[in-house]
Design a protein around this ligand. Structure first.
Ligand SMILES: [Zn+2]
Ligand SMILES: [Zn+2]
Length: 218
């Protein structure tokens, strides 16, 4: 029951990618938006509980294929690999130490990184550049962008990718609704929010989609 995937170092991981293994990103969607392994599959799920069942379904015809899992520090892959093995996958492998160790190993050994873009980190920096590529795009105007920010509306605070121009146009908010809301007096905002009459992006979804309607209102 507690079997876990085989741990691969950066060399074995790179070689397996070259040999055509299936690469799966086990992180949250917003993390993969700014950096990932080339050709990695990014499961399109809104909530983390949906991740493993979705992966199982997606790969139901690939149970005999070699599968490579990766995440930020390797912890999440322990559970994920165990789940896949338990569900009949035969060749499950995981990146030892995750992207953090991989990035430092390829740098140390002067090997070209197959992880492109930025690694999302859970501190005030929000991300760490691995290669110079910008693979993300602004959620509002779709310009290339890899900068995460939280909506300034304290009752929303959703995490989005937003370019500096949209950030200015929406007063550091995720939408026109949030920007307008912030013009109201703070105590009054609290009351309105408590009344439940207004729902912001963060209350609607873990992720927001581009809002063209808002762009037109600028
Ligand atoms: Zn933008
Ligand atoms: Zn907002």
């Amino acid at each position: 029951m507690n079997k876990i995937g085989k741990h691969l170092d950066y060399e074995e991981f790179n070689k397996s990618i070259d040999n055509g293994a299936i690469v799966l990103d086990m992180r949250n969607y917003y993390e993969s938006e700014i950096g990932k392994f080339k050709n990695a599959i990014i499961p399109d799920v809104e909530r983390s509980q949906e991740l493993l069942p979705t992966v199982k379904k997606m790969l139901k015809n690939n149970k005999k294929n070699k599968i490579l899992l990766y995440c930020t520090g390797g912890i999440r892959c322990e559970k994920a690999s165990s789940y896949l093995i338990h569900n009949g996958f035969k060749d499950v492998n995981q990146l030892n130490g995750g992207i953090i160790k991989y990035a430092s190993d390829v740098k140390k050994n002067n090997v070209k990184s197959k992880f492109i873009g930025k690694n999302f980190v859970f501190d005030s920096r929000m991300s760490e550049s691995i290669t110079g590529d910008i693979i993300g795009e602004c959620h509002m105007c779709s310009e290339p962008c890899d900068r995460h920010t939280n909506c300034l509306n304290e009752h929303c605070h959703i995490l989005i990718i937003q370019c500096s121009k949209c950030c200015r146009n929406f007063n550091n908010c995720c939408s026109r609704d949030c920007a307008d809301f912030l013009l109201i007096d703070k105590e009054k905002r609290k009351k309105i929010f408590k009344s439940g009459k207004i729902k912001f992006n963060a209350q609607k979804s873990d992720r927001i989609k581009p809002k063209l309607k808002d762009i037109k209102n600028i």
